[in-house]
Ligand binder design. Sequence first.
Ligand code: SAM
Length: 302
Amino acid sequence: MFHDRNENLTNFFKTFINSEFEDHEDTTAWKKEVTDTDWKHRSDLIERGQCTFLEGVKGLTIRDLVVIYAYYYMEGHAVSLYHVLLNARKKHKISFLNNLIHVDFGCGPITAAIAMAVYNLKHGGKDKSKAGLTFHYIGIDQSDAMLSFGQEVQEAAGRLFNSKSTFEYINAEDANRELTTAIGKHRGFFGATICLNFSYYFASQTIDVPALVKLIKRILTEFAADKICLVFQNADNPNKNASWYQFKDYTKGVLFPVYADEAENVSYINVSGRRGQYVTIKLLHAVLVNQTFKDAMEELEE
Ligand SMILES: C[S@@+](CC[C@H](N)C(=O)[O-])C[C@H]1O[C@@H](n2cnc3c(N)ncnc32)[C@H](O)[C@@H]1O
């Protein structure tokens, strides 16, 4: 199970994520909209995780909304991504950790980096697992409040990450200009494994799918010699996945499914906003790869 992996991880949720919410200053708006309300009201404030995080609501600041999001949704999303990474490794022999450049679209509170750090605890090998995840993480989000909360998460996660890891945060508006340069800095002489992560992102109403496809195709062309994989996860709800299906259609011929789209229930015991509850996530997930990754996988099979 996810939390059995490491006490740093459980502590991270218990101390940082929980205390940001539970010890929050009782401002007038926080008291009225959060302290004196129930889970449903709080979840509605952030549109069940799908608000833009670009403006405050009912007197709450954007950071307040981010704190509510992290308290109620981050842990479940980290658990389900951990499940996807394990599934890709176990069933399809995909390994992620060879000079990993982790590009996280709609990164939120860098949930995917936490899930990858937990994966490293299990599959990084004895020494690497102890030393924390070594990788280059690039978080992209439309919300500056999310990006700065991501940096707080990075600090709070402590030894889950190796001190040699690098972190870069890019506002989505600047991704076209900055992303390929950011990736290129970390490729190294022997190339990299580039993981393009999309966790609970495709439900967003603000995604411009053709523009996203253009950016992804640029990455695929510039880094064609590297192993590139795309990891997708989202709620298994047809209303939330139209953009994903459109995206997949547009990238046929340059991204190849290792598997797509698997629907599954993933359960875990929550230690943050739904503390003690046995929560079941209805998950849809997929892993796609570029030609170089596909060739490497086929070589392994021979
Ligand atoms: C549901 S949250 C998921 C966060 C994180 N990936 C996770 O799994 O916990 C969606 C995130 O995507 C961001 N987002 C939504 N639409 C976006 C867009 N068009 N470009 C960049 N970020 C976007 C939001 O600000 C939010 O942080």
